[in-house]
Design a protein around this ligand. Structure first.
Ligand code: 1CP
Length: 362
């Protein structure tokens, strides 16, 4: 593995000093980029794009060719695990993800098994190709969904507001849901460790739907399994620590509990200011976030102002990774992304003064 030329992300996640605040974007390879849409067209479908390592590598690198990003994120999807378990993931035009065989009966859950890693080999192949192309330019982030979020899609069969079938299962047969969550936690752990061995330098757990739960249920049905996964991960590889980022969308009221999960960083959405978030987690973890993706539709001037507000809310010192509070939307003009990234690098210097001040300056 070549040595890293830009390790700001790793340092910020470990709350070490950096010259400027690192920045990357959730869904940075996605539909707002015309070159992504062209490659997806060439692939024929989203699933073919995911499962063709050459093409998945190409779209992983596309945003790095345009923007001064401090990290790459593997192009894949959280739902590749249920697909490898045999549920048959597909996307029809204009629709979100769907499964051919959702979990409808208790026997569907009883017979579910940790998938053979061979079935996710295309992901590990993609990671190796990306690392070869990156040649140490920036770190590569791997990821998985949380067991709770994966279960939501698997039980429902698709994205559905409030996930009523999942909630019904939770109320009527919590034991069976725990069995599903346990199998998923083991599967996520195996898949993330295989991603680490293939070459990712950071891992992120996306708990997109954990925020729908009240705290005691969040702890029981989501955080418990996230902790189990983190405890089972390879934490050092190739003489480097592998930082873990935990993101629960809508989870700002769970921050103190998340900070105890064993992760290095927590992704924060825009429901809370970074100032308040920092007060809740203290020095336990780094924070990642938290610009509202809708602000990327504003004027260039307003985007710079919003970046400035967020940097100011976090304040001086270590432990901030700039990001959006959720994925970038397809309607964002790519030039607005440049404005945001350049503003983060330019305006954040003032917050890392001890690092930037020359040792000879008075
Ligand atoms: O039409 C298209 O081209 C598909 C759009 C798309 C993209 C670009 C999907 C379908 N997945 C992805 C890639 C993806 N998904 C990445 C790639 C890396 C990156 O650039 O960030 C990542 C990290 C994900 C993770 C993901 N997939 C999450 C967790 C994060 C989040 O956004 O909350 C979830 C919930 C999914 C499921 C999924 N896959 C795709 C869509 C549109 C969705 C969301 C469905 C819903 O609204 O419930």
């Amino acid at each position: 593995m070549p040595s890293l030329k830009n390790d700001r992300l790793l340092k910020a996640l470990c709350r070490e000093p950096v010259d400027v605040t690192p920045v990357w974007i959730m869904r940075q390879a996605g539909r707002y980029l015309p070159e992504y849409r062209a490659t997806r067209e060439r692939a024929g479908s989203f699933m073919r794009l995911c499962k063709t390592p050459d093409l998945a590598c190409e779209v992983t690198l596309q945003p790095l060719q345009r923007f001064a990003l401090d990290a790459a994120i593997l192009f894949s999807d959280i739902l590749t695990i249920p697909d490898a378990m045999g549920l048959g993931l597909f996307f029809s035009e204009g629709q979100g993800p769907q499964f051919v065989c959702p979990l409808r009966h208790s026997s569907d859950i009883q017979r579910l098994q940790v998938p053979d890693p061979e079935r996710l080999n295309y992901v590990y192949k993609t990671i190796q190709l990306v690392q070869h192309e990156l040649a140490g330019k920036v770190p590569l982030i791997g990821f998985c969904g949380s067991p709770w979020t994966l279960a939501a899609y698997m039980v429902e069969g698709k994205s559905q507001p409030g996930f009523p079938l999942l909630r019904k299962l939770q109320q009527e047969n919590p034991q069976l849901l725990h069995k599903l969550l346990d199998t998923l936690a083991k599967s996520v752990c195996v898949h993330l460790n295989a991603q680490i061995i293939a070459g990712v330098q950071v891992v992120m757990l996306f708990d997109t739907w954990g925020g729908m739960l009240p705290l005691p249920e969040y702890e029981l049905f989501s955080l418990f399994y996230l902790k189990q996964i983190i405890a089972g991960l390879i934490r050092h590889y190739n003489n480097r620590k592998i930082p873990v980022i935990l993101f629960t969308k809508g989870g700002s009221h769970f921050l103190p509990q998340m900070a105890e999960a064993g992760c290095e960083g927590i992704g924060v959405d825009w429901e809370i200011s970074l100032n308040a978030a920092r007060a809740k987690v203290g020095k336990k973890v780094a924070l990642q976030g938290n610009m509202n993706p809708a602000r990327l539709l504003d004027s260039h001037h307003a985007i710079r102002q919003e970046v400035s507000n967020i940097l100011d809310a976090f304040g001086p010192g270590e432990g901030h990774v700039f990001n959006l509070g959720h994925g970038i939307t397809p309607d964002v003009p790519p030039e607005n992304v440049s404005v945001m990234i350049d503003a983060v690098h330019e305006l954040s210097k003032a917050y890392h003064l001890p690092y930037n001040r020359s040792p000879y300056a008075e």
